[in-house]
Design a protein around this ligand. Sequence first.
Ligand SMILES: [Mg+2]
Length: 103
Amino acid sequence: MELEELQREVIRFRDEREWERFHTPKDLTLSISIEAAELLELFQWKEDSLKSIEKERIREEMADVMIYLLILADRADIDLGEAVKEKVKMNEEKYPPDEEHFS
Ligand SMILES: [Mg+2]
């Protein structure tokens, strides 16, 4: 599924429930951080490995982060796919593959 199609699906879900009124930029940003913390919590006091955590839980929290990102992007009129592409390009220029970046 394309990112734009995914975003439309998330916005449709939100609009059918009339939840847009709750989705202020501040609360959407807080929600991204909270969901990222829920993802982080899965790793708390566990072995530093994906094997120690149920994949379905990781999957769910990653989806929660993505959902709020897509809603915030819609609200801010930001093309998230384009933003990611541009950021990767900037990082490619900043960190050429043939150079040592960690010493
Ligand atoms: Mg969650």
